[in-house]
Write a new protein. Sequence first.
Length: 694
Amino acid sequence: MTKITDVVDLEKQGEIAILMINNPPVNALSVGVRKGMADGVKAAMEDDSVKALVIACAGRTFIAGADITEFGKPPQGPGLEVPFGLIENGPKPVIAAIHGTALGGGLETALVCHFRVAVPSARFGLPEVLLGLLPGAGGTQRLPLVVGVEKAIQMIATGNQISAQEALKEGLIDEILEGDLVTGAVAFAKKVLAEKRPLRKIRDRREKVEAVKGKPEVFAEARKAFAKSRRGFEAPQACIDAVEAAVNFPLEEGLKKERELFAKLMMGSQSAAQRYAFFAEREVAKIPDVPADTPQIPINKVGIVGAGTMGGGIAMNCANVGIPVIIMEVNQQLLDKGLGICRKNYENTAAKGRITKEDVEKRMALIKGTLSLEDFSDVDMVIEAVYENMDLKKEVFGKLDKICKPGAVLASNTSALNINEIASATQRPDFVIGLHFFSPANVMRLLEVVRGEKTSKSVIATSMAFGKRIQKIAVLVGVCRGFVGNRMLAERSREANKLLLESGSPQQIDKVIFDFGFPMGPFTMSDMAGLDIGWNKATSKGATLRDRLCEAGRLGQKTNAGFYDYQPGNRTPIPSPLVEKMIKDFAAENRIPQRTISDEEILERSLYPMINEGTKILEEGIAIRPSDIDVIWIYGYGWPIYRGGPMFYADLVEVKKIYDKLVEFQKKEGEVWKPAALLEKLAKEGKGFKDFRR
Ligand SMILES: NC(=O)c1ccc[n+]([C@@H]2O[C@H](COP(=O)([O-])OP(=O)(O)OC[C@H]3O[C@@H](n4cnc5c(N)ncnc54)[C@H](O)[C@@H]3O)[C@@H](O)[C@H]2O)c1
């Protein structure tokens, strides 16, 4: 065996050479791998005793992509084109032997080989689009030639992976091998030699794309579909451009086009935002004063109080990963209703083919109902999801404290209430924590883990690990009204309501927010959630526009009328002349002059107060890092990932510009616009949130 570099070896089994890559954890294409591949392939090609070469990887996977820590840094060592050229244009057959996942540059490596074999569990994909990029080492040019245009666009522009079975069917691999992969790949190489099979260069295989050559309508159609399913994202569109080039141009020209498109995406703000978000999502697990080795409480059974909207969803999260749950309600009817919704949700998922009918039964069997809190004596963690009412929550926690075993974690799903006050109802405030799920709880990825004054480090570590186990992105935050997400949202809502009275147009405000990339604007969102959340019919005196809408029976989508009108059974908002008049009257009564407001002003007044509040949240230590705030907004509120989250966006706009605007609005509108001290400091120093350190 010859060591080529620290991470690449070359060995020989008779006439067959094996280039073995060993770059844990995922055999990323770092400089040592690229150099090792270039030198190793060259050595094998020059060695007359070698007749064929197998490329394989040690550890848990084939090459799973580029080394993204090298992104944005000056290139080192050979680029991929060097080993790729040696492989594809070399005189000897090269076989990629694939296990685990061949992703990104890994799949591109396999595509320059003449043959590909894989184990049955192998998976294949080009996920670059998920980082706002496209496969930049020939993936967009070679994949269409081997699987056809439709499949290639599907894979490249979504980043979705395919299985070995599908890869075989599509012609992406030549054989699925049972047993030891390298042994099988060597045997396959011998077979290729014995049968004198010609070298099958993908670059020369154009039969699958001939039919769409010179047919721009095929690509126009794809662009339209992706403009809808990936609204606002630039990279999927560029992926389609690249595939079109693969069809219409010879390889060298297509590769040039791919490089140009890649460079443009790499320089753009969307990819920067998506790469930032990728790291931000991983950073949230790091808590400065709670080291990774902090002892955790084993969670083998969870109790949930309240089987309403949130309780049911939370129970499903646990059952999905095999954690037994007991869920308590105040009466049988509500309990049955809650459990029935869980079952219905599972059955819908099964109907879409995402889980089996057996999975539905298995998961439902893990969720037991009860009418008595006494049944919670053996649970390791309770998640309370009763109405948002402090007295009720304190009563429940007081009872839980007496019933639950010592060492059990007592968590509340409150959206805004003070965790310290809830904890004060128990004799174990160190075991009390907030676990703030987002609605629908079985779908939304975010979990705000709210640390109380007395919450122990072990309970924090346990809760963060629990969040990960139930497949959430858990972000640690501190206690304040609304925590991070809802506290910032309140700023946007306040300003949206003012803008509404000044502009008279919910549709203009909603459109600006929708076009920015959110799933919907604030008024469509209110209509969906219901305008009567927190509204009290008995005490309502028409003091706000919302009061008046509710008093008029306009409670949102559920009554087919809210800020907008709705056709029964249809959720498309229709502008309402009646609401327009109500806004006009309300503004007149309150002496609020109406005027035409620019989209730019709407955007600034919607987002800058949020950024200012986010800065205060950082100052107060409620969030650990600016990027934690961004993760919360991306995964809890639909902030477009290609804009990186509010704090990343602030840097993009420039903190100084935001500061100046806040000062301008402060002069006109008063103290709610006062810039946070930290924002002022950063602006005056010409810095951004990327420079923020505690
Ligand atoms: N709905 C959301 O979007 C959302 C999002 C995040 C957090 N939350 C929070 O989650 C909590 C629950 O909200 P929800 O939307 O699920 O409310 P919900 O009204 O749908 O459900 C609450 C359930 O708790 C039950 N309940 C009341 N008192 C009880 C008691 N003493 N013992 C057992 N069950 C009791 C009720 O019967 C009801 O079924 C609230 O604190 C809320 O602020 C809600």
